[in-house]
Design a binder for this molecule. Structure first.
Ligand SMILES: Nc1ncnc2c1ncn2[C@@H]1O[C@H](COP(=O)(O)OP(=O)(O)O)[C@@H](O)[C@H]1O
Ligand SMILES: [Mg+2]
Length: 235
C-alpha cells in the first residue's frame, strides 16, 4: 500500500465547550475517491474545516502528503494542493464569475487548470463570466465553486455537500463532469446526502455519527443494513 495522501489520527474538534469530533481516524489513498456520509450535524463540515485549516487542531492529527499540516494556516494548506468546494459555495457576491475563478488560481500552483479549462468544463460559466456570481442559479454557482477550487490545481479536492439543494438536472451534469473534474492521479473526498450516489462514485465510504466514525468500508461491499445502523444508530 502506498502512503495515503491524507491521514487523520485521533482527530478531535471543538466549538468552545462543545466537542464536535471524537478521535476520528480516516485515510484517503492516493488517486482515491472517498465518500463521507452521515446525518445532519454528524460532523462532516467540521471535518472538512479541520482538514483545510479553518478550525485549529492539535499537532499530529492530520498528515497530508507525509507532512503534519495540523497546525498550518488555511492558506498554507491550500498552497500545498488541498482545495475545498465548501458547503453553501461561499462565493464572493460582489465579484463576477471570472473574478471568483481567478481568486482560486491566485496561489499560483502549476497544472492543467486555468480559466479556459474551467470554461471548457462548464461552458455556461464563460457565457456568464462578467455577471455577478449572485445572479447565477444555485447550480451555476456550484459550478463556479468547483471551478474556483480547480483553479488552484489541487492534488486533493474536498466537496462538502456536492449536490445539496441543486436541481436534479444540475446534479446529473455535475456527476457527469466528475471524471473530468477529478483528473488522473487526483484524489477526492465527497460529502454527499444521496447515499446511492455517494456509493456509486466512490471506492470507500465512511459514515460519521455524532462526531465519531460509525462505519468504514468498501463502497461496493457495505450493506444497506450496515449503513442504516451507522447513519441513524438504529439497532
Ligand atoms: N460554529 C459552530 N459553533 C457551535 N457549534 C457548531 C458550529 N458549527 C457546527 N456546530 C455543531 O457541530 C456539530 C457538527 O456540525 P457540522 O460539522 O456542521 O455537521 P454536518 O456537516 O455533518 O451537518 C453539530 O452539532 C453542530 O450544531
Ligand atoms: Mg455540513
Amino acid at each position: 500500500m502506498p502512503d495515503p495522501i491524507l491521514k487523520m489520527q485521533g482527530l478531535n474538534a471543538h466549538y468552545g465547550d462543545f466537542q464536535a469530533l471524537y478521535g476520528v481516524d480516516m485515510d484517503v489513498a492516493q488517486g482515491e475517491i472517498l465518500a463521507i456520509i452521515g446525518a445532519n450535524g454528524a460532523g462532516k463540515t467540521t471535518l472538512m474545516r479541520s482538514i483545510t485549516g479553518l478550525l485549529s487542531n492539535a499537532p499530529g492529527q492530520i498528515t497530508y502528503e507525509n507532512e503534519d499540516i495540523s497546525r498550518l494556516r488555511a492558506d498554507e494548506i491550500a498552497a500545498r494542493g488541498l482545495a475545498m468546494v465548501p458547503e453553501g459555495r461561499q462565493l464572493f457576491p460582489s465579484l463576477s464569475v471570472r473574478e471568483n475563478l481567478i481568486i482560486g488560481g491566485q496561489i499560483g500552483r502549476k497544472g492543467p487548470w486555468d480559466l479556459n479549462a474551467v470554461y471548457k468544463l462548464f461552458p455556461i460559466l464563460e457565457e456568464r463570466k462578467d455577471q455577478q456570481s449572485t445572479s447565477l442559479s444555485g447550480g451555476q454557482q456550484q459550478m463556479v465553486a468547483i471551478g474556483r477550487a480547480l483553479m488552484a490545481n489541487p492534488d486533493l479536492i474536498l466537496f462538502d455537500e456536492i449536490s445539496l439543494g441543486l436541481a436534479p438536472i444540475i446534479i446529473k451534469d455535475i456527476y457527469e463532469a466528475l471524471p473530468n473534474i477529478i483528473g488522473e492521479g487526483m484524489s477526492a473526498v465527497i460529502v454527499e446526502q444521496d447515499i446511492t450516489k455517494a456509493l456509486s462514485v466512490s471506492s470507500r465510504v465512511y459514515c460519521l455519527q455524532e462526531g465519531r466514525v460509525s462505519l468504514e468500508g468498501g463502497s461496493d461491499t457495505v450493506s444497506r443494513e450496515d449503513i442504516s445502523r451507522a447513519y441513524f444508530g438504529i439497532e
